[in-house]
Design a protein around this ligand. Sequence first.
Ligand code: BTN
Length: 246
Amino acid sequence: MIIGSEIIFRENLPSTNTYASQILRSKNLKEGTIIYTNYQSAGRGHGGNGWESEDGMNLLFSTLIFPIVVNPADQFIISIAISLGITDFLERYIPVCSVKWPNDIYVNNDKIAGILIENTIMGNKLEDTVAGIGLNVNQVKFLSSAPNPVSLKMITGKNYDLNDSLLRLASDLDKRYKQVLSEKYQQLRDAYIAKLFRLNEWAGFRDQTGIFTGRIKSVSESGRLQVETKSGSINEFSFKEVEFII
Ligand code: BTN
């Protein structure tokens, strides 16, 4: 196994992503090392948002990978593999979940996990990736202004052992990462597209021109969302160029 071959636990950290990036070179970390914590005092989400997680209730970790075989133009495949690793894990416990493009993990209309991928590109190579995952497991009350958090416990009513869950999730991520290493890109992309939140469903979106109705048709190889509008045209969006109306 690569992902999860080493696990470093710290009782609390500002952010597992920040810590992983800081110690990455100085400590010569092995590929697949997981940095895992119970509490983050400065957990980071996309776009400068924070990440709420009650002490000891959820999975909060970052894994370090060296995807040098991946051309930087194909870097979205990492996001796909990590998203699918999480959906594979969740489907052990719940019947359905989806990936809200680009990489939020949803159950119905609620967000159960977030992913923060930070790549270092040197020359024409993807040198290293820190993939941070926050998965809501046992927390049942969320206090931040995040609109729609949900946890496994809120869905199933059960508590989960975090150490066991981490090992299972690491193994699911590892299987998907191995598909990246063996260049099964088409298989990964097809599985990702099939899991997309609101795939082929008419729904509301907001772009810089305002609100419109559209339906997701696919995601390009570079990770752009392809949305059909009522006029029949297909518009492509990069991350942050379009918002879902939930
Ligand atoms: C998002 O949906 O905005 C991404 C959230 C990512 C949160 C995880 S928790 C573990 C890792 N460390 C961080 O500071 N962030 C990621």
